[in-house]
Design a protein around this ligand. Sequence first.
Ligand SMILES: [Zn+2]
Length: 149
Amino acid sequence: MGRELKRVPMDFDYPIGKVWYGYYNKYFNFCHSEYSAGCDGCKAYAKIKGIPLNIYVNGDEGCPEFDEYYNLPDMSEKVEPPKGDGYQLWETTSEGSPSSPVFETLDKLCEWCEVNATTFADFKATKEEWIQMLSDGFVHHKQDNMIFI
Ligand SMILES: [Zn+2]
């Protein structure tokens, strides 16, 4: 069960539970420009991956030319979230997504984790245990001598 601590900006507002677009190593089917309405996911993905949006003559931003950028070598590289002063719990079992709000201190994050987060299946940990685990760089559930990660 992968969990890790990330330092992100305090105003980092990527949705909890949503895979960080920077971790996708290829173009998913975000783009629905053919329906003309809302392509926010596709634009957010492009921004994170550094793919320029199309700018129309009237100044509106349009979907990127994914086909042009899809094959660039750096498209396959992971783009980490921005770094900052905040503390956030991430799950890394899937591609990786935020799983807590952003907190000012490790202490506050661990207080939140004690109540809201699990270490393994339904197992919980105390604030002190969370501080220890996140300081050690990984989250585990300890039962007798067995450690689940
Ligand atoms: Zn689009």
